[in-house]
Write a protein that binds this ligand. Structure first.
Ligand code: B3K
Ligand code: ZN
Length: 874
């Protein structure tokens, strides 16, 4: 496969002003008539009159230029292109293609899902519908006529507003849609199906009435309310916080069961994976509700950050994704617990993005090259991209950041632009120089800050000596120091925050400062510090970096109970637990577990005056994935064993406290989604899980009655998970059967049922995984099902996947080879755990490599999987 380079970007040679589409939808295929009004781009320096259009899996029926049908000699169809050697400066091009949505298992372009037609065009799916200059800097006005059988497809949707509809012969009908906003083809969408419509409305800040509609299969009619409400709250929030008003008269959301990603922000017609939009108290957990709220907001916010202002090319993907994730994170923080949201985001970043950044697929937030763009919808583009925008926010402060965002939207409305244009708007609005900051977009790898400190008692000066390095990554060495906002505080022995005076005569100094790290080594001096303080570093996770500072366990215990920064208070507990677990890895079971850890957890459980949302997070031990990420040559069974020992020790030592915590958080009254109620359920279910882990019979009774009597899915699934991870075989089987029996007709719940088993070390050993793949409810063509079994096994059930006999690796390789033919995007994503082979002890790494080689040697390997496998074997 070919590599595409950012440095070779050229403006399009031809532009499209208008595209008229006519879809004839049938059971055995679809005919697509497309008429493009095109002209030469005055800014293009490309010589000649050669027109190139992109196409993929198309059967070309005819081509006409200005009404004249072209003879086959006048054009050439090769290598995914339609080339017409000679076109005038302005012309109309009509193309007719035949496609087969019913056989489209890649789920790119137009395809069928549970009997309905739907589309996914980002990044390069539109070329699977018709020949077109399929690149985001070509923006056109779309007019779309859809024709289909009226009975099977009463609902026909596309972007913009419906302008015409009517009856056709043979029981068919049509609807025509017109989108007044020029857009790139990746934002095109079409839906045709027998769907139930849910309506609501929203009045914008300028008093316009917007029609809100959700379209779902009739059986899901009762699962729309939460998403609709989240949509209205997002619309209001974007007006209030960013001054962004919705622009069309209709906003539609459609739920589909087969979808490669979470959702898609098509103009005025967002399409969602059912699991990211449908919810009810009985079927969705707290985590699901929160995910839905965040994704609904995310897709809605794209209307400005992505659609009105879009990307010039796919190297700029983080322009829309990083900014939009930042916006949805701000929204979630505003409507929930900001500290908890920050903890969750930092956990994902440190566990998964840091691993990506240290692995063979490491790439900058603005990559310089790719083979398959679908492989670059990554944690780096999304989550690190978010952190980069957040750092700009932190450096500028909220007012200047808003000024910068206003300027960005005003300056670039209707344009396709670059990450550099975004940074420039922030610079121009704030007067700040962000030239060094731009390295965050160009250099891959997670910067490491090594911090030393010294206290000069005589002068009352405390010094922080900070060294910065950015590790080498594939294709990038000898990197330059980056511009890092490093938030710090200092605590005295009583836990009071100290004023941070940078000079001897600074009065009323703040107790928290954002130090700006720009060099390879810098020293910061704080005056008037009489006693050696405990430093609280990288507060609120102010930058996506690793910090090395030799905290003692005493200092961590101190920060755990005294730090005024909620994030660092949690992080101190994590660091302590990590230190204790790491000290047990590879040791025999006789080695003592530091009693101070039990003491700290006891305090957390007993002190009811603490913020229970934070306590709920603090009680979660660091995940095996994170422990692996921190290790040099990870030996998964040993890490698992050490973590298990700590968990069991805590549960045995704190049995009474855990039971009391469980009872205290029994909830009376209606199910609520407030941070307090969510924290209460999380605490109860953690306590229950720990107690069942040690085989407590009293807890078994609690779990069984919670499982049977729960009035919500968080508690029901919490009890099920605790039972599945327990040693109570009979009760576990009974609960799993009862759960399936009850929810077998709900695909979203069946997915949870699969993943609870696949992610469980107690249950999810390979033979059982194979058994799940044979289950009636499993479907290789449905990405959610594949993720809930195979993804959960390889991504979360580490000790089972890393079975020393290598069977887990061989299994994953088989799955990837199988899926490579039907859905290469999903196949390429599933490879991820194998790509990290260098991270593991040699006996494991070697076998992981062998599995990768067996994928590499498959005949007809897709570009998607080829890129990932080739780069990880390099
Ligand atoms: N923009 C879509 C992602 C589409 C990816 C296709 N391979 C979802 C989102 O980020 O909102
Ligand atoms: Zn997005």
């Amino acid at each position: 496969p070919q590599t595409i380079y950012l440095s070779e970007y050229q403006v399009p040679a031809y532009l499209v002003d208008q595209i008229d589409l006519r879809f004839e939808l049938f059971e055995d295929g679809a005919r697509v008539h497309s008429t493009l009004t095109m002209r030469r781009n005055p800014e293009s320096g490309a010589p000649g009159q050669r027109l190139e259009l992109d196409g993929d899996s198309l059967i070309l029926e005819s081509v006409a230029l200005d009404g004249q049908t072209l003879i086959p000699d006048a054009y050439e169809e090769a290598d995914g292109k339609l080339v017409i050697a000679d076109v005038p400066g302005q012309f109309e091009l009509s193309v007719v293609t035949w496609i087969e949505p019913q056989n489209n298992t890649r789920l790119e372009g137009l395809y069928k899902s549970s009997g309905m037609f739907c589309t996914q065009c980002e990044a390069e799916g539109f070329r699977c519908i018709t020949y077109y200059p399929d690149r985001p800097d070509v923006m056109a006005r779309f007019r779309t006529r859809i024709e289909a059988d009226r009975q099977s497809y009463p609902v026909l949707l596309s972007n913009g507003n419906p302008v015409e509809q009517g009856e056709l012969e043979n029981g068919r009908h049509f609807v025509t849609w017109e989108d007044p906003f020029p857009k790139p083809a990746y934002l095109f969408a079409l839906v045709a199906g027998d769907l139930t419509e849910k309506r609501d409305s929203f009045t914008t800040c300028s008093g316009r009435e917007i029609d809100l509609r959700m379209y779902v299969e009739p059986r899901n009619a009762e699962k729309c309310d939460f998403a609709m409400d989240a949509l209205k709250r997002s619309m209001r929030w974007d007006e209030e916080v960013y001054g962004r008003e919705y622009d069309l008269d209709i906003f539609m959301i459609v739920a589909v069961d087969d979808f490669n990603m979470g959702a898609m922000e098509n103009k005025g017609l967002n399409i969602f994976n059912s699991s990211c939009v449908l919810a009810s108290q009985d079927t969705a957990t707290d985590a699901t509700f929160q995910r839905i709220e965040a994704i609904v907001a995310h897709e809605y916010f794209h209307n400005w950050s992505g659609n009105r202002v879009t990307c010039r090319d796919w190297f700029q993907l983080s322009l829309k994704e990083g900014f939009t994730v930042f916006r949805d994170a701000q929204f979630s923080a505003d409507v929930g617990s900001p500290t908890v949201k920050r903890i969750e985001d930092a956990t994902l970043l440190r566990t998964a993005q840091f691993a990506e950044d240290a692995g063979p697929m490491a790439h900058p937030v603005r990559p310089a090259s790719y083979m398959e763009i679908a492989n670059f919808y990554t944690l780096t583009i999304y989550e690190k991209g978010e952190e980069v925008v957040r750092m700009i926010h932190n450096l500028l402060g909220p007012e200047l950041f808003r000024k910068g965002s206003d300027l960005y939207f005003e300056r670039h409305d209707g344009q396709a632009v670059t990450t550099d244009d975004f940074v420039k708007a922030m610079e121009d609005a704030s007067g700040r120089d962000l030239s060094q900051f731009r390295l965050w977009y160009e250099q891959a790898g997670t910067p490491v800050l090594t911090v030393e400190d010294e206290h000069d008692a005589e002068q009352g000066i405390y010094r922080l000596i900070i060294r910065q390095t950015v590790p080498d990554t594939p294709g990038q060495t000898n990197k330059k120091p980056q511009h890092i906002p490093f938030a710090v505080g200092l605590l005295d022995e009583h836990g009071q925050v100290l004023p941070l005076a940078l000079t001897a005569d600074e009065h009323n100094a703040p107790t928290e400062r954002v130090l700006e790290i720009t060099g390879a080594e810098q020293v910061f001096e704080f005056h008037g510090i009489e006693e050696p303080p405990v430093p609280s570093l990288l507060r609120d996770f102010s930058a996506p970096v690793r910090v090395r500072y030799p905290y003692t366990r005493e200092q961590l215990l101190f920060l755990m109970s005294h730090d005024t920064d909620g994030f660092n208070r949690w992080d101190a507990g994590q660091k302590l637990a990590i230190d204790v677990i790491e000290s047990l890895v590879g040791e025999d079971d006789g080695k003592e577990i530091d009693p101070r850890l039990v003491g700290a957890y006891r305090t957390l459980l007993n002190d009811t005056s603490l913020d229970q949302a934070l306590v709920a997070k603090m009680l979660q031990l660091p995940s095996e994935n994170y422990l692996v990420e921190l290790a040099d040559e990870a030996d998964v069974p040993s890490i698992h064993h050490a973590r298990e020992r700590v968990l069991q020790h805590l549960a045995v030592s704190l049995r009474e406290e855990l039971l009391a915590c469980y009872q205290r958080h029994q909830q009376a009254g209606d199910y609520q989604l407030t941070p307090e109620a969510i924290a209460g359920r999380s605490l109860r279910n953690t306590a229950l899980g720990w107690l069942l882990h040690i085989g407590d019979v009293e807890a078994l009774a609690l779990a069984r009655s919670q499982f049977e009597q729960a009035d919500n899915m968080t508690d029901r699934l919490g009890a099920l998970r605790a039972l599945v991870n327990s040693g109570f075989d009979k009760e576990r089987t009974e609960a799993l059967d009862a759960f399936y029996e009850r929810f077998q007709n709900d695909p979203q719940v069946v997915e949870m049922w699969f993943s609870v088993q696949a992610a469980s070390f107690k249950m999810g050993q390979l033979p059982h995984i194979r058994h799940l793949l044979e289950h009636d409810a499993f479907d290789w063509k449905n990405p959610n099902k594949v993720r809930s079994v195979v993804g959960a096994f390889a991504g979360q059930n580490l000790p089972a996947f890393h079975n020393p006999d290598g069977s887990g690796y061989g299994f994953l390789a088989d799955v990837v080879r199988r899926l490579d033919d039907s859905n290469p995007q999903i196949a390429a994503r599933l490879v991820t755990p194998l790509t990290r082979w260098k991270k593991f002890a040699p006996a494991y790494g070697r076998q992981m490599r062998t599995a990768l080689e067996s994928i590499r040697d498959k005949k007809g390997l897709s570009k998607d999987v080829y890129e990932v496998v080739y780069k990880s074997l390099a």
